[in-house]
Each structure stands twice: as structure tokens, then as C-alpha cells.
Write a protein that binds this ligand. Structure first.
Ligand SMILES: CC(C)(COP(=O)(O)OP(=O)(O)OC[C@H]1O[C@@H](n2cnc3c(N)ncnc32)[C@H](O)[C@@H]1OP(=O)(O)O)[C@@H](O)C(=O)NCCC(=O)NCCSC(=O)C[C@@H](O)CCCCCCCCCCCCC(=O)O
Length: 727
């Protein structure tokens, strides 16, 4: 609390944390809020109270870091909200900026709420593995009804002031000074009865079919949660509000809150929250960072190639209000691409309209389609999104280098190719950078930003700023085959295929990984992405196809184990969903419902016979460990090579780009919860059984961390260059 103003007969309470631009409750703020309320109550000259934030922001709720501190800051908020509500003097909340979590719960204790038109509100506790624990699960349904409260609390979504007004969450929305409006209202309320404004005294609005509604809602909540505990416990707390008196509901809320607080999931989700913010503060091994580089403005961008990726990228740029030129090789491709882009944009515009926003894309100044490279002369940044082929990319970059203005940045959307090689054909390698988008590019949040040997800090800063403007999570990584995401994915998928050789079926492997929490298992994922993509890359690498040296062993490459299974499927035209057959069968080409395919089962058994592999039963533990621990093992190598500056980077990549369950905190966080000595022991065991699989050999960095006593994840990087005499 910084300011306590006595204004006329009105007591104005401003709560804030003076050292932060964002207000979240620390113990000091809570204490000051309580003291202020008690003083206001005791002072007869005070007739009404207004609660607001400082610097135009109401509150971001409890201090999330406090939940993992021993004295659990913020837990005393519920009684303070009750204290506000019990006040005999009218209390009005003036909501500006944000009122989230405990911040919004404070306003629910107030007798009236006024919001600024640009304010955002929400109860996002579910996203950090908790539930609104300051009586919010009991007050919100009483205020806006069960369906709306369930939606807001179980999704954690932010709502606009206009939606809040429609729902009855706020009493008034103002465009001018919110605090002054709140003071005016508080003045008018002096002496008026408040009983009907105390939410704890109100019943939860009835629904004609409450029981049926709740049963159906629970099914939806569980389906969406995919193994995450918090949404279901949020549901239970709201259900308690429909069944029990307020005080009992509050007790239930506390009980459920405590279960979540002590669950590993809350810890993982809170780690993920801070990890995302940590990667925003990028650095490179040479010391470049936001401190050393300023992003350049992107007033106009271009996208080359309107295939699946290019279409999504154009859509993202238009949504970010950056004027775009979309380029294709000829009119036929251009027209197909244009139609697809317009369809995507129409769908996005419809979605945005539902949220009260508009998307302007029919204006040629915002979106232009062309086939002539000359139109790229004035753009500030180009994103090349053509086919994954080095020769083609080099040809394009050479052309761009000659046509684009000297200051323009040249980005390549590649999932694995060498950025330095692409940059080498330009006269400006310092302005060349990899921007690896994930499909569908207008939906997926991840953007891997890959700097090459010559990429300048300004170029990195500009790409990071672009990610931010496009509402994506940019993760800066170094240049190596597959970068971070795909490099860690290769051993994971490789193990999944080896497991098929040894006795598993695609649906067994997928099931185990989906039960773990992945949105989609590796075989369903391959079918979705198209098996031909990897086949083409393996042909380019000379691992299969006509360039393979005659006499090469079917199951070995360069002396190591290799599985030709995916190649054999492609040779039979089984490319996945697009051809209606892959690791599964689909209702038709382009179908989406994967069904186990008896053909695959007999194909696998014939394959094992041909190669004299004895089919064995493989349990869930082995499937999980072999797939996940090889992926994590690669992560340790990536960290040791300086490709990423910390384990958080790998985790943010996996959560946002590869469907890793967020409530498990990312692969490296998961490794820290399993314990590095356990991972090392399992890798050693599997590596002894499969000596021809180098990916199972424990990373030297993993071994070092174990030898150093399994330090906490935050300290891993500090051990990278330390000497260990135990190794
Ligand atoms: C607010 C945002 C939307 C802002 O976004 P923006 O993009 O503008 O900025 P950043 O996200 O980069 O944030 C800037 C900066 O601020 C940090 N930060 C933001 N919010 C918080 C926060 N709430 N806590 C800590 N730090 C925060 C962020 O990390 C950045 O820092 P940096 O160093 O990187 O610059 C966006 O930030 C956002 O969405 N924030 C999170 C909002 C949120 O989730 N709020 C909910 C918090 S949880 C909560 O409020 C819980 C309540 O329900 C009250 C709980 C009371 C519990 C009582 C239960 C009793 C049970 C009894 C159990 C007994 C147990 C026992 O006895 O042991």
C-alpha cells in the first residue's frame, strides 16, 4: 500500500506494489489491504471505500512465486475478501488494466464493480494448476450463474470489459477516469442498504436442469483437461457452490486448493509460466541480448511460397496488422494459395468478430498477392516458406539478396536445414535467420528462431519482436540439424519405430504416450504430418532410395541400427491421412479418424519373420522410458553444445510446438522430477541391451550432473563448465 487518500467523506484505498509495474499480492500488500480496511471501518469520518490499483492496473492476483515459498504468500486473501464484503460502508472496485485471479476475487468482495472499457478480467488460476482460492469459486457462480462461471474458471480465459458487463460481472463500463467514476458511485451509495450486494448471502441462480448440466459439463471439462487435475477440481468447487451453503463451499474450495497446491502439476505449470517469460529474455553464447540489440521496425513483410506453412504465416502477419506481400512461383500456384489464404482469413475474422474485434484483410495495402520478385524491393523482412530443399532455398536467397533493399531481413522457414549454408549465398549473412513456424502456423504459438554463425543481434531482436507482435512464443536457439525441437524428436520417433520392430503395435505406443498427456502419439502424428515428408528427407540424406549404396544392410546405416519400416510404408503409397492409409487406416484419403489397421499388424509380423526378430511383449514402462528418455538425453547434448541457453528453452519448445503436456512442465522439468540418476540408470540399461543405438548412450552432461549430485534444474547450466573429479 503506497497511498491512502482521505477525499471528502470518502476513503480511497490504493493497493499496489511500488517496485513492480504489475501488481500482484505480496504479504506486505495483503497486510496493508487488511489494515487499510480496518482503519476505514473504524474511522467514522469515512463513509465509503474505493479500491483500485496503481498505474492503471488493478491486480494480477497472488504472487505466483509465493506458492512455492515456505510461508506460502497470498493464502490469507480469502478472509480479506470476506472482510471487504462485510464492510458496513459501500466498497466500490475501480478496475483498470487487469484484474486477474486474486485481483478479481477482491472485486467480488466489493459491493459494486466499475471497469474501464479496456480492462481485462479473469480467473486464470487453472492455468497455473490451481483454483481461485480466495472464495472466487463460490462468489462468481452466485454473481453470473453456473454456466458462465464454469467457463471462466475452468478455462482461465481473460474476458473483456464489454463481455464482463454482459455477464453482469461488472456494474458499469466507463471510457473516462475509472477511479473518479467509482468515487462518484461510492458517494451516491452512502447510506444505502448493502445486504443484497453481498454475494456470499445470495443463492446460486438455479438452472431447470442443473444436475444434467453439471454431468455434461464434467465430461467436457475432463476431455479438455487431458490429464490435468486443476480443471476438474475447479469444477468440483463450483459444484459445491450449487449444493452447499457459502461457508461449506468455501471449506471445500480450500480443501481442493490445498490438494492442487501440493500436487506436482501446480509446480510444473508454474514453472512453465516463468519458463515462457524467461525465454523471452534471450541471450546467445557471445553475450547478445535485448540489452545489446534493438529490434528494427517491420512496416511491410513478404512471404514466399503459399503452401501449408506460407498460408498460415501470411494469416499470422495479417492478424498482427503487418502489411504483407504473398509471393508464388506462377499464377496457378498463386491463385490456389490466394483462395486458401482468404479462406483462413475469413475464418479468423469470424472468430475475432465473436470477441468483438475486426480483421481487415480485403485491403490491398494490407495484403497483396504477386508472382514477381520485384515487388519485394521495399519490404523490411521476407519469410521464405518454400519446399524443404536446400538447392531451392539457396536459389531464392541469392535472388532475395540481389533484389531486397540492403537493410531487409531474410528469414527462412525451415525445420532442419543449415542456416549458415542458406546465408552463404547472400551478401548479407548477418541479416539471415531461421524462423521455424509450426503447422498450422496461424494457430501454433511456437516460433523457433535460429541464429547462424553470422546472424547479428539486431536480426535476432527483430525476429523476437516479430514473434511477440504475432502473439507467438519466440525461442532463440543455435544452428544444428533439426535445431531444438526436431533434433529431440528424432530419437523419440526412432525409438517408437524400433518398438514396432520388436513387438509393439502403433496403437500401443500411441496410447502410452497419449496417456502420459501428449495430445497425439508419434504414429498418429506421423500420419497427420505425412510420412512422405520424412521419407524425402531420408532420401536427401542418402539413408534410403536410389542413392543408397548397393549391398547396404536393410537394418543398419553407418554401423548403427536403422529401421526401414517408414520407408517401406511410403514405398507402398501409405503417406498417412492424405492417402487414407499410413500407420493407421482412415475412412478416406484426407480422413481424420485413425483406426488400427489389421494390414499393418500382419505387415509387422511378416517383417519380423523376414528379419528374424523374435516378437516380444513390451510393457508401458519400457515404451515410455525408451521414447522419453532418449528425447531428454538429446536435450542434455543440446544444452552441452550451447544450442539453447537453458532447459527452460527446451521445455517451452516442447510445450508450445510438440504437444508436450504442460502439466508435466516440459521434458527437462519432467527429467528433474523423475530424478537424473534414475534417467541415467535406465539409459545405461537400455544402451547395454541395444549397443547399436547411439541415442540410448547417456549424454556426458547428464552423467556429469548426476556425478555432481543431481542439482536442481535452475543450477544445471552453472555445472556445464565445472570440473568434475567423479567422472
Ligand atoms: C498479468 C499478465 C496478463 C501480464 O502480461 P504481460 O505480457 O503484460 O507481462 P508478463 O506476463 O511478462 O509479466 C510481467 C512480469 O510480471 C510477472 N508476473 C505477472 N503476474 C504475476 C503473478 N501473479 N505473480 C508473480 N509474478 C507475476 C511475470 O513473471 C513478469 O516477470 P518478469 O520477471 O519475467 O518480468 C500476465 O503476467 C499474467 O497472466 N500473469 C499471471 C496472472 C495469474 O495467473 N494470476 C493468478 C495468480 S494465483 C491467484 O491469484 C490465487 C488466488 O486465487 C488467491 C489464492 C488464495 C489462496 C488461499 C487458499 C487457502 C487454502 C489453504 C491451504 C493451506 C496450505 C498451507 O497451510 O500450507
Amino acid at each position: 500500500i503506497q497511498n491512502l487518500f482521505i477525499w471528502n467523506r470518502l476513503f480511497l484505498l490504493v493497493f499496489c506494489n511500488s517496485t513492480e509495474s504489475l501488481i500482484y499480492f505480496s504479504l506486505a500488500v495483503l497486510q496493508a489491504l487488511e489494515d487499510g480496511l480496518k482503519r476505514a471501518d473504524a474511522d467514522p469520518s469515512v463513509k465509503a471505500v474505493t479500491i483500485c490499483g496503481e498505474n492503471g492496473k488493478f491486480s494480477a492476483g497472488a504472487d505466483i512465486r509465493g506458492f512455492s515459498s515456505p510461508n506460502k504468500q497470498g493464502l490469507g486473501l480469502g478472509p480479506i475478501v470476506s472482510l471487504i464484503e462485510r464492510s458496513e460502508k459501500p466498497v466500490v472496485a475501480a478496475i483498470e488494466g487487469i484484474a486477474l485471479g486474486g485481483g478479481l476475487e477482491v472485486t467480488l468482495g466489493c459491493h459494486y464493480r466499475i471497469a474501464h472499457v479496456q480492462a481485462r478480467m479473469g480467473l486464470p488460476e487453472v492455468t497455473i494448476g490451481l483454483l481461485p482460492g480466495a472464495e472466487g469459486t463460490q462468489r462468481l457462480p452466485r454473481l453470473i450463474g453456473v454456466p458462465a462461471a464454469l467457463d471462466i474458471i475452468t478455462t482461465g480465459r481473460h474476458i473483456s470489459a464489454s463481455e464482463a458487463l454482459k455477464l453482469g460481472l461488472v456494474d458499469e463500463v466507463v471510457e473516462e477516469n475509472t477511479v473518479e467514476a467509482a468515487i462518484r458511485l461510492a458517494n451516491r451509495l452512502i447510506g444505502q442498504p448493502l445486504g443484497h450486494r453481498r454475494l456470499s448471502l445470495k443463492p446460486v441462480p438455479k438452472l431447470p436442469n442443473m444436475e444434467a448440466f453439471l454431468t455434461e459439463a464434467l465430461v467436457k471439462v475432463k476431455k479438455r483437461a487431458q490429464g490435468c487435475l486443476a480443471p476438474e477440481l475447479c469444477f468440483q468447487a463450483i459444484k459445491a457452490a450449487t449444493e452447499q451453503p457459502f461457508a461449506d463451499g468455501v471449506r471445500k474450495e480450500r480443501e481442493l486448493f490445498n490438494i492442487l497446491l501440493t500436487s506436482g502439476q501446480a509446480k510444473a505449470l508454474q514453472y512453465a509460466f516463468f519458463a515462457e517469460r524467461a525465454v523471452e529474455k534471450w541471450t546467445t553464447p557471445s553475450g547478445a541480448s535485448w540489452k545489446t540489440a534493438s529490434p528494427q521496425p517491420i512496416r511491410k513483410a513478404a512471404v514466399i511460397g503459399l503452401g501449408t506453412m506460407g498460408r498460415g504465416i501470411v494469416t499470422s502477419l495479417v492478424k498482427a496488422k503487418i502489411p504483407v506481400v504473398a509471393l508464388e512461383q506462377d499464377l496457378e500456384y498463386l491463385n490456389t494459395g490466394r483462395k486458401a489464404v482468404m479462406l483462413l482469413l475469413e475464418r479468423e475474422a469470424m472468430k475475432m468478430e465473436q470477441g468483438g474485434q475486426t480483421l481487415d484483410f480485403n485491403n490491398p495495402a494490407r495484403l497483396q498477392f504477386a508472382v514477381d520478385f520485384d515487388v519485394l524491393r521495399d519490404v523490411d523482412l521476407v519469410i521464405e516458406a518454400v519446399f524443404e530443399n536446400m538447392a531451392l532455398k539457396k536459389e531464392i536467397f541469392n535472388k532475395l539478396s540481389r533484389i531486397c533493399k540492403p537493410e531487409a531481413f531474410l528469414c527462412t522457414n525451415t525445420s532442419a536445414l543449415n542456416i549458415d549454408e542458406i546465408a552463404s549465398v547472400t551478401s548479407r549473412p548477418q541479416q539471415v535467420i531461421g524462423t521455424h513456424f509450426f503447422s498450422p502456423a496461424h494457430v501454433m504459438r511456437l516460433l523457433e528462431i535460429i541464429y547462424g554463425r553470422h546472424t547479428s543481434p539486431t536480426t535476432i531482436a527483430t525476429a523476437m519482436q516479430l514473434a511477440k507482435v504475432m502473439k507467438k512464443v519466440g525461442v532463440v536457439v543455435g544452428n544444428c540439424f533439426g535445431f531444438v525441437g526436431n533434433r529431440m524428436m528424432f530419437p523419440y520417433v526412432q525409438q517408437a519405430v524400433f518398438l514396432l520392430e520388436e513387438g509393439s503395435r502403433p496403437e500401443d505406443v500411441d496410447q502410452v504416450l497419449e496417456d502420459f498427456g501428449f495430445k497425439i502419439g508419434p504414429f498418429r502424428m506421423s500420419d497427420l504430418a505425412g510420412l512422405d515428408v520424412g521419407w524425402r528427407s531420408r532420401k536427401d540424406q542418402g539413408l534410403t532410395g536410389p542413392t543408397l549404396a548397393p549391398g547396404t544392410s536393410a537394418r543398419q546405416r553407418h554401423g548403427y541400427r536403422y529401421s526401414p519400416l517408414p520407408d517401406l510404408l511410403c514405398e507402398k503409397g501409405r503417406f498417412g491421412q492424405k492417402t487414407g492409409k499410413g500407420w493407421y487406416q482412415y475412412e478416406k484419403a484426407g480422413g481424420r479418424t485413425a483406426k488400427p489397421d489389421p494390414w499393418i499388424h500382419s505387415f509387422l509380423s511378416e517383417y519380423r519373420d523376414t528379419h528374424q526378430i523374435k516378437t516380444r511383449f513390451i510393457d508401458q514402462e519400457e515404451i515410455l522410458e525408451r521414447c522419453l528418455f532418449t528425447l531428454i538425453n538429446e536435450g542434455f547434448d543440446i544444452l552441452a553444445e550451447g544450442i539453447a541457453s537453458g532447459p527452460e528453452h527446451l521445455d517451452v519448445v516442447y510445450i508450445n510446438g510438440y504437444g508436450w503436456p504442460k502439466h508435466r512442465g516440459g521434458p527437462m522439468f519432467y527429467a528433474s522430477t523423475v530424478g537424473l540418476p534414475n534417467i541415467l540408470a535406465k539409459l545405461q540399461k537400455y544402451s547395454e541391451i541395444h549397443p547399436d543405438v547411439p541415442q540410448l548412450r547417456p549424454s556426458a552432461f547428464l552423467k556429469k550432473l548426476v556425478a555432481m549430485g543431481n542439482p536442481p534444474l535452475n543450477d544445471w547450466m552453472s555445472y556445464l563448465h565445472r570440473q568434475s573429479n567423479k567422472l
